[in-house]
Design a protein around this ligand. Structure first.
Ligand SMILES: Cc1cc2nc3c(=O)[nH]c(=O)nc-3n(C[C@H](O)[C@H](O)[C@H](O)COP(=O)(O)OP(=O)(O)OC[C@H]3O[C@@H](n4cnc5c(N)ncnc54)[C@H](O)[C@@H]3O)c2cc1C
Length: 363
């Protein structure tokens, strides 16, 4: 009996001690100072962090930037899981900190600058929009922008790797002109890419999203009117009159494009130039001025230079970048529903919104 009592005591002591001891260790709020500003993300909009940190250093108040990618050595390595809010007496919620994989940080102000969903390998994986959605913000669906376009065009395999300079690409949706651009483009194994394609891609994505039939019409000789192009071809044909078409168009087009253009114009590339009729020449002119490539899709958002969509700007004060729903929560950069053309506009948007948010949050 004594033995049984003894065993029961040891068992009870074990159970009691396991409950009382803080084991296994659990993640608790870190014993760190309350920050004035917490930055979630530290990407291109980070110049605002520099400005805000300068202010904080001068005023002796602590700020903290976190990033979940290990190579950001100047910032705290932590992945934000959620923004912590309190309901204030006024009824408007207040941002009070951030829960992360590395503990719970408290702050007076939180700046969400976690980027979009493009190139997730850089750390911007769409998580920023999810953090904002969790605290009640409306998210305009994320879409690829500045993204290569996909085509099931029969000639893509023949043309992949070919780049064209000084061409004009016009985008059509259900036969209606949507936009155009002039410059350089490239045929790839999946479709088309290059500067002018990227700049048309946002509208192409939108049109595809609406279920429109989308096509690109490429003007291969935009500097020449149809009449001037016809005159130019007649001169070339006079020079190469005894040659076959495929050999007599080399001054006009890159070699790889010649058989494709001939095929599209219903011309036999082996026909001798002195046998080409006026009607056939006209078809050639038409094809050179309107080389049509059907567009069936965009490459995925992960391959887009920029993410369209994000936190609805209707819910953000444009002067301070502060949330209209949650006091003390600010936004900067691509996490917002802001995107622009190539040429540095997206970087500028990140810098400017970052500056505005940083200044407003630190003052
Ligand atoms: C290949 C490429 C080329 C580009 N070229 C141009 C160009 O020529 N011109 C132009 O204007 N724009 C260009 N852009 C777009 C431009 O880089 C972005 O618009 C800009 O970086 C957005 O800045 P950001 O600070 O909002 O986000 P980002 O720079 O994407 O930074 C966000 C950061 O937040 C971190 N983060 C995300 N979620 C969390 C989380 N939960 N917790 C902690 N950290 C998190 C990420 O690790 C990331 O470092 C290019 C983009 C790419 C990918």
């Amino acid at each position: 009996m004594k033995k049984i009592m003894c065993l029961l005591f040891v068992f009870a002591a074990f159970v009691f001690s396991s409950c009382a001891a803080p084991c296994p260790p659990v993640k608790t709020a870190e014993k760190l100072p309350k920050y004035i500003i917490l930055f979630i993300g530290d990407g291109m909009s980070s110049p605002q962090r520099m400005l805000a940190e300068e202010y904080l250093r001068k005023s002796g108040k602590p700020g903290l930037a976190m990033n979940h990618m290990p190579w950001h050595s100047s910032v705290r390595s932590a992945s934000a899981d959620s923004i912590v809010t309190d309901s204030a007496a006024s009824g408007t919620a207040l941002a009070t900190g951030v829960k992360t994989t590395n503990g719970h940080f408290t702050a007076d102000k939180v700046i969400l600058c976690a980027g979009g969903a493009s190139y997730p390998g850089t750390g911007s994986d769409g998580g920023g929009a999810k953090l904002a959605a969790k605290v009640g913000h409306t998210i305009v669906p994320l879409k690829p922008s500045l993204v290569p376009l996909v085509s099931d065009y029969a000639y893509i395999d023949d043309l992949q790797g070919l780049s064209l300079r000084n061409v004009r690409a016009t985008l059509y949706g259900d036969g209606k002109k949507l936009t155009d651009d002039f410059g350089e483009m490239l045929f790839t194994h999946f479709g088309v890419s290059g500067p002018i394609i990227l700049s048309l891609s946002n509208m192409a994505a939108e049109a595809l999203h609406k279920g429109m039939e989308v096509e690109l019409a490429i003007d291969l000789k935009p500097a020449l009117s149809e009449e001037k192009l016809d005159a130019r071809i007649q001169r070339d044909f006079a020079t190469y009159s005894r040659k076959q078409l495929v050999n007599g168009m080399k001054d006009l087009l890159p070699q790889r494009l010649i058989p494709v253009v001939c095929d599209m114009a219903y011309l036999d590339e082996e026909k001798f130039i002195n046998q080409i009729s006026r009607e056939e020449r006209k078809r050639l002119v038409d094809t050179l001025k309107r080389f049509v490539v059907p567009i069936t899709g965009t490459r995925p958002i992960a391959e887009a230079i920029v993410t369209a969509g994000g936190v609805s700007v209707k819910e953000i004060n444009p002067k301070t970048m502060e949330s209209k729903l949650i006091n003390g929560l600010y936004f900067a950069g691509e996490v917002m529903d802001v995107d622009g053309y190539t040429g540095g506009f997206n970087l500028q948007a990140a810098f400017s919104s970052g500056y505005a948010a940083g200044v407003a949050a630190s003052s």
